[in-house]
Write a protein that binds this ligand. Structure first.
Ligand SMILES: Nc1ncnc2c1ncn2[C@@H]1O[C@H](COP(=O)(O)OP(=O)(O)O)[C@@H](O)[C@H]1O
Ligand SMILES: [Mg+2]
Length: 408
């Protein structure tokens, strides 16, 4: 409410109270008495009310809450005393009555001040708890809990403050986690770039120095080309991963026939599987399996999963890709007959640059980005990708889902 309209409202209340008072006098005595009451009370009420607004607007000058409350009590008692003495002056009241009322009002005023102090003590302590809590938060604490004694607006405020502290803590923890993930990523990238770059430098130096000549030189050059293409692949993968994770997705979605996509991808992988002596097959339902997806990206996921499965399966083992329709989504599963993933590695396989095993027993020659990219792609499609629990069978069982197209 604007201050002007608040003052008008206060004055209206004052006028109404004076009119009621005058009416009571008029009914009890006579009209002249009513008019005199009105004339005496109206200016007094108006003055006190305007003064109260002025004080409220100048709260800063009054100091703390306790002092503001004391001013309020003093103004009420003061206006009672002034009205009593005005009445005595106008000879409505005897001198004796005026003294009695003055003493009574003063004593009650003093008691009211003390009552106010007692009542406001709880409020003051809650305000102090809030202040201390906020100061602690400002100083960096995130486990502060503000506790208040009342069940009022201050308690609501404390509730909001506590919720805010929790949110701040959670956001900071998330930021720290993201920071350390980024640091780990940078460390992994540097590590993965350094090794091929070192080989590249050696190869280039021996060509430059004329150490490698003839056939050796040609062999070095073809090794150079391989290193460069591995590095290019790594950088492309990283770029793609960071783009998808940043939500910078430019691909378009369409209604795709997942069954033929799975079939085609399995066929495309057959040569690599044959070389390793691994059988790869697709088990698909007879009818059409539709998904809302980008075919190239889904093929990339299938490729990563099937390639991992083939590479981790011993000769004579087999890899099976199944797809089925669930309510509102389609699920694809890639299973293999390899040795499975060690329990310590299971929670990490989707992390960028994670490669299973210890340094000497690395289970793959990849950069450890395949599953991270697959997860980013599947999640960007609104699907899920996961590793089935180890007790669901031997080998490894990876699954992912994609949304079915909306019918119609
Ligand atoms: N089918 C699988 N069988 C056993 N281990 C697997 C399989 N798929 C993934 N892994 C483990 O997960 C790790 C991460 O896989 P991925 O992200 O594709 O990276 P990369 O294949 O480049 O190592 C692999 O290094 C491997 O240890
Ligand atoms: Mg891989």
């Amino acid at each position: 409410m604007s201050s002007a309209s608040a003052i008008v409202r206060s004055l209206a209340i004052g006028v109404l109270a004076c009119l009621v008072g005058a009416a009571v006098i008029g009914a009890s005595y006579d009209l002249a008495g009513a008019r005199t009451t009105l004339l005496l009370l109206l200016p007094l009420a108006a003055l006190v009310l305007v003064l109260a607004h002025w004080l409220a607007a100048n709260r800063r000058r009054l100091g703390g809450l306790a002092r503001q409350f004391r001013f309020g009590v003093i103004m009420v008692v003061g206006s009672i005393l002034v009205s009593v003495w005005v009445a005595a002056f106008a000879m409505f009241l005897s001198h004796h009555d005026a003294v009695v009322v003055t003493v009574m009002a003063t004593v009650i005023g003093a008691v009211a001040l003390r009552v106010g102090e007692i009542v406001s003590r709880g409020v003051m302590s809650d305000v102090e708890s809030l202040r201390d809590g906020l100061e602690a938060v400002g100083a960096g604490s995130r486990d502060t809990v503000v506790e208040v004694g009342g069940d009022d607006e201050l308690a609501e405020l404390a509730g909001s403050v506590n919720a805010m502290i929790n949110r701040l803590g959670a956001e900071e923890a998330k930021r720290e986690e993201a920071d350390s993930a980024r640091r780990r990523l940078v460390a992994s990238v540097s590590h993965d770039l350094r090794t091929p770059l070192a080989s590249l430098r050696l190869l280039v130096e021996s060509i430059e120095d004329g150490v490698a000549t003839g056939q050796t030189r040609d062999r070095y050059i073809s090794q150079l080309r391989i290193h460069v293409s591995v590095l290019t692949g790594l950088v492309d993968d990283l770029f793609e991963l960071s783009r998808i994770e940043a939500g910078d997705i430019t691909w378009t979605m369409s209604r795709i026939e997942l069954d033929s996509l799975v079939g085609d991808t399995v066929e495309a992988m057959r040569t690599e599987a044959d070389i390793l002596g691994v059988q790869v097959r697709a088990e698909l339902p007879g009818d059409e399996l539709l998904a809302e997806a980008n075919p190239e990206k889904v093929q990339r996921v299938l490729f990563n999963l099937i390639q991992n499965a083939i590479r981790h399966t011993p000769a004579d083992g087999s890899v099976t890709v199944r797809a089925r329709s669930l309510s509102g989504e389609v699920e694809v599963e890639v299973t293999d007959e390899g040795s499975g993933i060690a329990p310590v590695d299971r929670p990490h396989v989707f992390e960028p640059f994670f490669r299973g095993g210890t340094d000497s027993s690395r289970t793959s020659e990849g950069a450890g980005l395949g599953l991270a990219i697959s997860r980013a792609i599947v999640e960007a499609h609104g699907g899920r990708i996961w590793l089935e629990p180890a007790d669901s069978g031997p080998g490894t069982r990876m699954r992912f889902t994609l949304r079915s197209p909306v019918p119609g």
